[in-house]
Each structure stands twice: as structure tokens, then as C-alpha cells.
Design a protein around this ligand. Structure first.
Ligand code: CP
Length: 291
């Protein structure tokens, strides 16, 4: 694996190798890379979890983290993504972790760039490191994917997490269902009511409403969205024994999920964040060793 761009490009075997390596890191493996690779994190969209988690993972496996402030970089003077990454390559970077608002921004980096590119989110396209940490969270809980009923609920068409997870989970044999208002289904066939989904889901994965990617105001309020599509106390009470709640976060409390359910017994929302560090250590190690 030379880059991590999209879950579309990973085989099930590559996914499982990363999850199992993450498990070793979580159990305490503290093997460092044999040399100190230079890594920069280029975030052209806001991030709390992904950026900090990558930086923690980089430091834990012995990388040298070279700061890059996207909001104060020459990208603001119009420098292209290609020229930005080529410049960092010439300075001595071995890998760049990039989040950008353009879908598939990485296509312009496939030719002529020799550093590893790790996609930390491209517009409404893909979010592969989030997907891998979500898969790790599910794998830790159940130990398998085949036949698991996973409901992905929320702003499906604008969500890179939904697309990455739908691709990966279906390929691993999970039964993936979608729930959203009709106007947010995009290319997915979606349910528009919890009725057929709430009682038999093994995993309920909620998604943030991505106001920043909406071009028109939607007709419902936060309250009416919560009432119709959110995870309320009444709905959580119908979930089956052993089922779990996930959300990539940040969470719009009392919109996608009742605020008091965010840390309820079934919730794995903050566990996902913790798991992300081990998964990103595995991603970085796999890619840097493979080059
Ligand atoms: N889940 C996620 O990508 O969160 P951040 O936007 O905070 O990185």
C-alpha cells in the first residue's frame, strides 16, 4: 500500500491487516519505525479529531512531524495542490496527510508526486482513515462483519464517512441500510423511517448534518429532524441487546442523537476517537514501510 486515497482501492485483506496491526498497537506494541520519516498534516478544512489523531499516531511510531498551517500557507496565494505537495517533497517530506474540500483532490497528485499521500477527507468523497477506525470499532465489538446489520443514518449524500463505510462494510459482508430524508439519499436506496430498522440493527451509525455542504436551506428545523430521524430515548430503548451506537463526530447534540445518549452504555462514540490513534499508527506504518 503506497497511499491511502479511498476505501474503493483497498482489498478486504489490506483492511484486515490494518485492523489486526491496530490491535497489536492497542495491546501495547511500541515498535518504532526503523528511521524517522518526515510527515506533514495539510488540513484545508477544519478538524479536531483527524488532525490531532494523525499527529499523535505519527509521534507514537517515531515520525518527525513537520508543522504545516494551511490557513497561512501559499495555497492562499493560489498555489495548486500539486505544487504544494511537490514543494514539501523537495523539502524532504516522506508522507503528507491531506484534508481538502474538493472531491478527489488526490487525482492531481497521482502523477509526478513521490511522497505518500494519505487522504484525511476529500469534500463529500471519502474518509478512509475514519472508515478504518469505524471498522476497527465494529470488529472489536463483534469480531466479524459477515451478516451484521448496520444502519447508517443522516446526511448520506453529503457524507464521505457514509460512502467509505458503505463500500467497505458491504464488501466485508455486512448488511448495510440507509436512513435519511428523501432529499439526502443521493445515489443510495434509503429508508425514510426508523420503523423497519431500529429493532434489528447491530450497529446504528449516525452522521452529522453537514450544513457547510448544503446549497439550499432544508425545510425542517433541528427539532423536527431530531423527532423524525434522530436517535431519541424512545428509539434507543427499542435497540436490541448487544447493539451499539456510533458517530464519527463532531456531534450535533440533540439533532442526530439526544445529548444524554452520547455517552450511554451502548455508545462507542468516544471509543471511536481512541481507536483512531491505533488505526492511524497502523496506516502510517504500513504505508511508510511499504515505500
Ligand atoms: N470525524 C472527523 O473527521 O472529525 P474531525 O472533522 O474533527 O477531524
Amino acid at each position: 500500500m503506497r497511499n491511502l486515497l479511498s476505501m474503493e482501492y483497498l482489498t478486504n485483506e489490506e483492511v484486515m491487516e490494518i485492523l489486526l496491526r491496530a490491535q497489536e498497537f492497542e495491546k501495547g506494541d511500541d515498535t518504532l519505525l526503523t528511521r524517522s520519516y518526515n510527515v506533514s498534516n495539510l488540513f484545508f478544512e477544519p478538524s479536531t479529531r483527524t488532525k490531532t489523531s494523525f499527529e499523535m499516531a505519527e509521534r507514537k511510531i517515531g515520525c518527525t512531524v513537520i508543522p504545516f498551517d494551511a490557513g497561512f500557507s501559499s495555497a492562499l496565494k493560489g498555489e495548486t495542490m500539486y505544487d504544494t505537495v511537490k514543494t514539501l517533497e523537495m523539502i524532504g517530506m516522506d508522507a503528507v496527510v491531506i484534508r481538502a474540500k474538493e472531491d478527489e483532490y488526490y487525482n492531481e497528485l497521482l502523477e509526478g508526486i513521490n511522497v505518500a499521500v494519505i487522504n484525511a477527507g476529500d469534500g463529500a468523497g471519502q474518509h478512509p482513515s475514519q472508515s478504518l477506525l469505524d471498522l476497527y470499532t465494529i470488529y472489536k465489538e463483534f469480531g466479524y462483519f459477515e451478516g451484521l446489520k448496520v444502519t447508517i443514518a443522516g446526511d448520506i449524500s453529503h457524507s464521505r464517512v457514509a460512502k467509505s463505510n458503505a463500500t467497505a462494510l458491504k464488501r466485508l459482508g455486512a448488511n448495510v441500510r440507509f436512513l435519511c430524508p428523501p432529499e439526502w439519499a443521493g445515489d443510495f436506496e434509503a429508508h425514510h423511517s426508523w420503523d423497519e430498522l431500529i429493532e434489528d440493527s447491530d450497529v446504528i451509525m449516525l452522521l452529522r448534518i453537514q450544513h457547510e455542504r448544503h446549497v439550499v436551506n432544508k425545510s425542517f428545523s433541528k427539532e423536527s429532524y431530531h423527532e423524525e430521524y434522530g436517535l431519541t430515548f424512545e428509539r434507543e430503548a427499542k435497540m436490541k441487546k448487544g447493539s451499539i451506537i456510533m458517530h464519527p463526530a463532531p456531534v450535533n447534540r440533540d439533532v442526530e442523537i439526544s445529548s444524554e445518549l452520547v455517552e450511554c452504555e451502548r455508545s462507542r462514540i468516544f471509543n471511536q476517537v481512541r481507536n483512531g490513534v491505533f488505526v492511524r499508527m497502523a496506516i502510517l506504518e504500513t504505508i511508510l514501510k511499504g515505500r
